[in-house]
Design a protein. Structure first.
Length: 151
């Protein structure tokens, strides 16, 4: 085989591998299961679709950000917490980021401490305190699940 043919085969192999990596794996869709509902989110555009008996249907109201993450088998509604605090004008990005880190790395005591501090913030309304309390209870459920060996 001459060098020109080898180069052409190498370029063709590279193009096939690159096309595979871009268009086939990973797919443009990330799929989730929320209860009995199948949800898929486009990784590029962020659009969300749900699976129905008619196939995949565009879901105008649901996005990936609205799906609460699950820690030790317990859903913790961090998106609701963020939305509630932002609606009132609180800039809680740093606190929520640190709470998420504590949950992700199973440092539940740190997350609970941060949530309790957030609950003591002056100027919080009753609805905001209620949402913080709900999240605290969800984290406590994650702690119970962790102690029971649920991952």
């Amino acid at each position: 085989m001459n060098p020109k043919t080898k180069s052409l085969i190498a370029v063709a192999a590279f193009l096939v591998a690159a096309s595979w990596a871009i268009f086939v794996w990973p797919t443009a869709w990330k799929e989730y299961k929320a209860g009995a509902t199948n949800i898929r989110v486009n990784r590029i555009t962020g659009t969300t679709e749900t699976l129905s008996s008619f196939g995949w249907q565009a879901d105008r109201q649901s996005t990936l950000k609205e799906i609460p993450p699950v820690y030790s088998g317990a859903p913790v509604d961090i998106p609701k917490l963020r939305q509630t605090l932002e609606a009132a004008g609180f800039d809680a990005d740093t606190q929520i980021r640190n709470i998420r880190l504590g949950l992700r790395y199973h440092k539940y005591a740190d997350a609970l401490f941060l949530l309790e501090n957030l609950k003591q913030t002056p100027g919080l309304k009753d609805t905001q305190e209620k949402v913080i309390e709900e999240v605290i209870e969800q984290v406590k459920q994650a702690v119970k699940n962790e102690e029971a060996g649920v991952r």
